[in-house]
Design a protein around this ligand. Structure first.
Ligand code: GLC
Length: 426
């Protein structure tokens, strides 16, 4: 075992709070939805029961209508804002009232493939499968009520890419809440220059207040929100998750469920294709209130590769990435480096995330773009081998944000980055 493997395992063990993994202690003291999915991919490489436990603990937060919240507040903590008192949701254990990208079913399927103890994997999946199906059905009923084939997010945090420049315009429609309501804790952990602005917080908390006043009822939220966006990242990840859920349905579900998922897949592939912007050389999100594509080029627009539906666009997406690499030493920046809003060190406005690189890199490899896939994997290995930071500066490779970060360590294990870093050093 290499030192890096040992160090990555230690991060997950240190961040284990009894069956769930906090992203990092202090800054993020609870269980996050898509973080849990990536953490499971790390755990499955050395502690299989713990990987399955991560996913079942996340499902303790699932709501009766199928929604899986973006945070499960298993145990109280005063190091994070906004906590349960701000969300005011009816669920026990306490949870937030919004969701996050649906990586879960993909992680579950990949864990099954990796697992040596197939009996344990199958037992775990027999319980998880119906719950994942319920979540995917919730996406359709709550977030695509008009059956457009695209799901909408009602809060920037649902994208997981909280502070992306793609949300600037739709968020401008949300009136900021008065300052007194904001009690930020993040600035006690991380430099303000790497975090979202005060104005951003005032607007995102205003949305939380609005939804709490609507008792978190999906149809009222959908109808009354000033912020409704078909995020390309969310839709691509959900498409991929439905492919993985379909594979699981063949083993754990009924023929009717298989047909239901397959039909949705055909529908969503066509809808996502309409988010392609040939001029920009990338997929983009749609503002569902303004009815226009959002003029921002972000790494989310590469995720149809992960979904397996970008083969016709492969050459153009490859050209986009090569263009980005002329300005950024490391791939894949979260915002195009030639965008005026590019900031290499600020949250989702430029920095690189390890798990984004894994999804984009695997998608490229599956599509046959091996040279770029390899480049992205080696870049990730070079950055991560300097430390398991939350994210990285694409111009210098420097680690930023929180340290001792779970999904960065998990991806290093799952994606065999220590081996990659060693080859690089040789
Ligand atoms: C930040 C990220 C989000 C992540 C969370 C915990 O809010 O933007 O994607 O899930 O931190 O790591």
């Amino acid at each position: 075992m290499t030192d890096l493997v040992e160090a990555a395992r230690a991060v997950l063990r240190d961040n284990d709070r009894g069956g769930y993994t906090v992203p990092t202690s202090g800054l993020y003291p609870y269980q996050w939805n898509w973080d849990a999915a990536f953490c499971a991919l790390g755990w499955i490489t050395f502690d299989e029961p713990r990987a399955w436990r991560e996913l079942t603990r996340l499902m303790e937060g699932q709501w009766a209508d199928g929604m899986v919240p973006h945070i499960v507040f298993h145990v109280a903590s005063d190091t994070y804002f906004p906590g349960p008192d701000v969300w005011r949701t009816p669920h026990v254990p306490a949870t937030s009232g919004i969701t996050q990208p649906a990586v879960l079913a993909s992680a579950a399927r990949l864990c099954l493939e990796r697992a040596r103890n197939k009996g344990l994997a199958e037992d775990s999946l027999a319980t998880l499968y119906p719950r994942m199906l319920a979540w995917h059905r919730w996406w359709v009923s709550a977030r695509d009520p008009e059956r457009s084939g695209l799901v909408g997010m009602l809060h920037p945090w649902e994208s997981g890419m909280d502070n992306s420049p793609a949300w600037d315009e739709p968020l401008a429609r949300v009136s900021p809440t008065p300052t007194s309501a904001i009690r930020r804790r993040d600035l006690g952990h991380v430099d303000a220059a790497m975090r979202p602005s005060e104005d951003f917080y005032k607007r995102v908390i205003a949305l939380v207040d609005l939804y709490a006043s609507l008792d978190w009822q999906p149809s009222r939220m959908w109808a009354q929100t000033p912020f409704r966006v078909a995020d390309i990242g969310l839709n691509a990840i959900l498409h991929r998750a439905n492919r993985d859920l379909l594979a699981l349905a063949r083993r754990f579900g009924t023929p009717a469920e298989q047909a239901e998922i397959a039909a949705r897949l055909d529908f969503t592939a066509a809808a996502i294709d309409r988010l392609w912007n040939a001029g920009a050389g990338i997929y983009q999100s749609r503002d569902l209130i303004a009815g226009t594509l959002i003029d921002a080029r972000t790494s989310a627009g590469l995720l149809p590769l992960w979904a397996g539906i970008a083969n016709d666009r492969l050459a153009a997406l490859g050209a986009t990435l090569r263009r980005w690499s002329e300005r950024a030493r490391f791939l894949v920046p979260s915002t195009a480096p030639d965008d005026t809003r590019f900031e290499p060190r600020r949250y989702w406005r430029g920095p690189i995330w390890g798990m984004m690189n894994m999804m984009i890199g695997e998608g490229l490899a599956e599509a046959g773009e091996h040279a770029l896939a390899r480049r992205i994997k080696r870049d990730t290995a070079a950055m991560v081998s300097q430390g398991f930071r939350e994210y990285f500066d694409p111009l210098t490779g420097e680690g930023l944000g929180g340290g001792h970060f779970s999904w960065t360590a998990a991806i290093a294990l799952y994606w065999n980055l220590p081996d990659e870093a060693r080859v690089d050093a040789d």
